[in-house]
Design a protein around this ligand. Structure first.
Ligand code: EPU
Length: 419
């Protein structure tokens, strides 16, 4: 297994370009199953997660071509069966359920297991399908969803921890081909949901309200092929902004939507960094003394759970006491034990992390556990004294396109050691 070795202490500066969004690309790739006609997707990031999703589509019978960032999918015929072997590597494979149900009126997909960030149930996805008229059978680790026909309904998808992003995507995709009107109340309003709705509308769907808590879908008889460019990845952007905050002297990220990252830029400005905006770029620079923060993760437009670990790394080295409360995935603190190995002072109380800033972190061998936790360890390694060796970097490759190469462009001393 590859490792990433970081020699800390280098100052970062310069400009990098943000890739297409992983969490937009995954459901958008799945949505191509809704039509027999070719769909052309641009700016699909080259990640192990997007490549798994393309493999799943191939398994289901679609013809897939990739030429750099452009992917063409033609799903002239599709199977409705995705077994464990095919889907187990990635939880987001659950988002083929909606399009298969919409198109074939049936889907047999192995259930995703839990993962290190928590239990991750799909009860809300299934509740939505049931409301559209589908029957659900869970047997032998597989979920079978089937319906002679789908009928529009009013569905509330808000759960105990707020709205569900992939649940909203899944029900929205199935409802595009239902008879009549579906109203999703308590919908997720993340930019990735809006991007998916934009793509579906280009395919001939009739969706209104994406980006708000109520999405209205008027079912159509069939969808057609379409061409779409995936939005820039707001979490990759946020991660590089934190890198710029921790080690930078003027780091600019290009190709970013200002609104999509405002929770992160507001937090960084409150922590004392200077944020300058140009048309589609942001520059972050030091601005004197930094301040501790109190942060709560929330659904969009709140502070994203996918930026919690990276922010934790920054606050570990910010003078004073910071407090982070994780409201979306209360157990998502796998990075804390590893940061402590590097000298961080963090105390966990349930879903809250109390961080006492320290002056120095020290390089150490650490273990990546999930995608964002791994990114946090790379960031800590950039700032730490000495050598940090991060193992299990396949987690990073799931969701950051060329993270090491982009950091080298900014002046980091970081290398990938092939196993
Ligand atoms: N939940 C339920 N029941 C469900 C679905 C979700 O109780 O049926 C709960 C979850 O356990 C969680 C909360 O609702 O507590 C929100 O989960 P959500 O369904 O929104 O998460 P997701 O759609 O599975 C996506 C992203 C995650 C991101 C979350 C929250 C993709 C592929 N994944 O997951 O991204 O953290 O939304 O914004 O879009 C990442 O990129 O590192 C990542 C984990």
């Amino acid at each position: 297994m590859d490792k990433i070795v970081v020699h800390g202490g280098r100052e970062l500066s310069g400009t990098i370009k943000i890739s297409g969004s992983k969490n937009s690309a995954l459901p958008i790739i799945a949505a191509t199953l809704l039509t027999r006609e070719p769909c052309v997707l641009h700016r699909v990031p080259d990640l192990s997660d997007t490549n798994y999703m393309l493999q799943i589509l191939r398994h289901l019978g679609a013809d897939v071509e990739r030429a750099s960032g452009t992917v063409t999918v033609t799903a002239e015929k599709v199977e409705s069966l995705a077994p464990y072997d095919v889907v187990r590597k990635m939880r987001a494979s659950v988002c083929v359920l909606g399009p298969l149900l919409g198109r074939c009126k049936e889907a047999n997909v192995s259930m995703p297991g839990g993962c290190v960030i928590g239990d991750r149930p799909i009860d809300l996805h299934l509740k939505g399908f049931e409301a559209l008229g589908a029957a659900i059978r869970v047997e032998g680790g597989d979920v079978r969803v089937f319906a002679p026909k789908l009928t529009g309904a009013i569905i509330n998808l808000r759960g105990k921890f707020g709205p569900t992003v992939l649940g909203t995507d899944n029900v929205m995709m199935a409802a595009t081909l239902a008879e009549g009107i579906t109203v999703i109340e308590g919908a997720a309003s993340e930019p990735e949901v809006v991007d998916l709705a934009d793509f579906l509308n280009k395919m001939g769907a009739k969706i209104e309200g994406a980006g708000t808590r109520r999405i209205i879908i008027e079912g159509v008889k069939e969808l057609h092929g379409a061409e779409h460019t995936v939005i820039p990845d707001r979490i990759e952007a946020g991660t590089f902004l934190v890198a710029g905050a921790m080690c930078g002297n003027g780091v600019t990220i290009k190709r970013v939507d200002r609104d999509h990252v405002s929770a992160v830029t507001n937090a960084l400005a409150a922590a004392g960094f200077q944020i300058q905006w140009a048309e589609d770029s942001i520059t972050i620079s030091p601005n004197g003394a930094t301040k501790p923060l109190e942060l709560v993760t929330e659904p969009y437009p709140g502070f994203p759970t996918d930026m919690q670990a990276q922010m934790c790394a920054l606050l570990c080295m910010t003078d004073g006491i910071s407090v982070i409360t994780e409201n979306v995935f209360p157990q998502r603190y796998m990075h804390v034990a590893e940061l402590k190995r590097m000298g961080a002072h963090v105390q966990l109380e349930g879903a809250t992390a109390i961080i006492q800033g320290v002056d120095r972190l020290f390089g150490a061998p650490v273990m990546a556990s999930d995608l964002r936790a791994s990114a946090a360890l790379v960031l800590a390694g950039l700032k730490a004294e000495g050598r940090t060796e991060i193992s299990r970097v396949y987690h990073i490759d799931r969701g950051y396109e060329h993270l090491d190469e982009k950091l080298i462009e900014l002046g980091a001393d970081i290398e990938r050691v092939k196993a």
